[in-house]
Design a protein around this ligand. Structure first.
Ligand SMILES: [Mn+2]
Length: 556
């Protein structure tokens, strides 16, 4: 089986190359249009996102009456000396949401504790057994506020009602067919769980001060892969600003432990360095320690917890690696080009989603990784654009023991005895969808430009597209028929390329990460097409614009 990494380029703007004599505004307008931003009002909001403190409840699609009802009920708990439990989740968004709401209620002197379920014994979301246990331990428990879960927990909430515990749901997951009979439902799918919790917290407080928890909303928004446009862009932008000056001892220790620097933490650092560390605890041990890290006021404890999170994150990487070594060996033996379905009793349930994602990255085919149990096995699936994995999985509902997800990611349970039959049928069926077109990697670029359109002013304007990420990718350009003036191998193991590129008398230096295999094909005689981002390279006090190459096509 081949794991080809060659990409098909898709340039979104198909018109003429903007005129070099014109201001860069024309290019900026094309970039905005590519991101769905057209009207002047939308443009203004993009470059000056709304302060989250000014976002109205109604523009988020949250039911204002439900929120008001919830707040009146919560306030009554203080007078009546009732206990409140915040029921969260073990992923980064759920942990941040729990911290935000707990902090506010605790600082307002409520009798409140956070609760994070355990992934393996309790699973995701409010469940009847955990509610019974909590009520038994806290006879005074009268209110459960869910964060980042609860909207499909109708059976568990029936149990809570019987125990005379009022449940206030705050959640952003998709509603099921039946809405739970909760005391109040604060729901929208437009923002993440942390942002909803923050909106509730905002309404609970009269005065607002710095250190509001927006740093945590940024983590939740980015970790939960919200598209970074519209109001999510507001939460991400203001949240990142606050994260870069956070006073939380735990986050500060974690930032230091991870080798990051406050001041330049962006969406990449949050998504690939901070969030995985918060998530690692729930995957291998218990996510409560991640919550403790976010909330502690004690510097020594913060340091200890940051070390613990980093240590467990390294273990997590090893566990994923172990699954991958085994799974890849099996995958390579399979000659078909269908969906990859790999199951084994050694695959750790906490990391099967991460392993599936890595397999998709490696083979560019949808992948399902199963942690084989004696009777029931847990499965996690990841996909590629053009292959709707949740729709695909639903074809086999007869085999499955429940599950859910999105077009790109899903999870389910299956009776172990059914895995083989399911695999055979699904592999066969997947071939119908996995055409050559679907299984070719795509590089999306914004538009074609010339090198003489790249200058400092233009770059400054591009910087205003931050924070970039899902829904608002870093502007990517294509320039064709470029001359390679020089090329050399750089980095550890000579994995990267450093290039001097020239087009129409204008030259740029460029860096191409992990593209050493192209070295032998590059020469001044052969023109190339390049797809790239524009970055700033600061070295020895000098600031130069540099092209970060995403892909190279060598002309035959
Ligand atoms: Mn969430």
């Amino acid at each position: 089986m081949k794991s080809s990494k060659s990409k098909r380029w898709e340039v979104i703007y198909k018109g003429e190359i903007p005129n070099a004599n014109k201001q860069s505004e024309e290019i900026i307008d094309i970039l905005l249009k590519n991101r769905g931003i057209k009207s002047n009002k939308e443009k203004q909001e993009f470059f000056k996102p709304k302060d989250p403190q000014k976002i109205r409840i109604s523009e988020l699609g949250i039911d204002q009456k439900a929120l008001k009802k919830a707040i009146i009920r919560i306030q009554k708990a203080k007078k009546n000396k009732e206990k409140i439990i915040i029921y969260g989740d073990y992923d980064a968004d759920g942990i941040c949401a729990s911290a935000i709401l707990w902090e506010v209620l605790y600082s307002l002197k409520f009798d409140v504790v956070p609760y994070i379920p355990e992934r393996f014994s309790e699973g995701y979301g409010l469940n009847a057994e955990s509610i019974k246990k909590l009520k038994k331990e806290n006879p005074n428990l009268k209110i459960i506020i869910t964060v980042d879960n609860g909207i499909v927990a109708d059976k568990a909430i029936d149990v809570a009602n019987k125990l005379e515990v009022d449940v206030i749901i705050t959640d952003h997951h998709q509603k099921g067919k039946k809405l739970p009979k909760a005391f109040s439902i604060i729901h929208t799918d437009r923002i993440c769980g942390s942002a909803i919790a923050w909106m509730v917290a905002r309404e609970m407080r009269k005065e607002f001060s710095i250190g509001s928890g927006l740093d945590l909303v940024a983590i939740g928004t980015i970790a939960d892969q919200m598209p970074l446009i519209g109001l999510n862009r507001s939460f991400a932008k203001y949240g990142l600003k606050e994260l870069n000056r956070t006073k939380r001892p735990g986050l500060n220790s974690l930032i230091e432990e991870a080798g990051l620097k406050k001041g330049n933490i962006g969406s990449y650092a949050v998504g690939f360095i901070i969030a995985p560390r918060l998530n690692a605890m729930g995957r291998l041990e218990h996510a409560l320690d991640s919550l403790r890290l976010l909330c502690t006021k004690n510097n020594l404890r913060a340091k200890d917890l940051a070390i613990l999170l980093s240590k467990v994150n390294s273990q997590r990487q090893k566990v994923v690696e172990k699954v991958l070594v085994h799974a890849k060996a099996v995958a390579i033996q399979k000659s078909a080009r269908g969906i990859l379905i790999l199951s084994h009793e050694s695959y750790h349930e906490g990391v099967i989603g991460l392993a599936a994602a890595k397999l998709v990255d490696e083979f560019y085919r949808p992948a399902i990784v199963l942690s084989k149990g004696i009777e029931i096995s847990k499965a996690s699936a990841r996909s590629i654009p053009g292959f709707n994995i949740i729709e695909f999985i639903h074809k086999y509902d007869d085999f499955l023991e429940g599950g859910g997800g999105h077009p790109m990611a899903a999870g389910f349970s299956i009776r172990t005895e059914n895995i083989e039959k399911f695999s055979t049928l699904a592999e066969e069926e997947s071939l119908k969808i996995l055409t050559d077109k679907v299984t070719t990697r795509v590089l999306k670029a914004d538009l074609e430009i010339h090198f003489d359109q790249i200058n400092r002013t233009f770059f400054e304007k591009l910087k205003e597209f931050e924070p970039t990420g899902l829904g608002n990718p870093t502007p990517t350009f294509v320039t064709r028929d470029v001359e390679t003036l020089d090329v050399r191998l750089v980095g550890i193991d000579n994995k990267h390329l450093k290039l001097g590129l020239k087009k129409n008398k204008k030259t740029f230096s460029a860096i191409a990460f992990a593209m050493a295999e192209k070295y032998n094909y590059l020469s001044p005689e052969k023109k190339i097409d390049v797809a790239y981002n524009i970055e700033e390279n600061v070295w020895n006090g000098r600031r130069d614009l540099e092209l970060k190459i995403k892909d190279i096509k060598i002309k035959e």
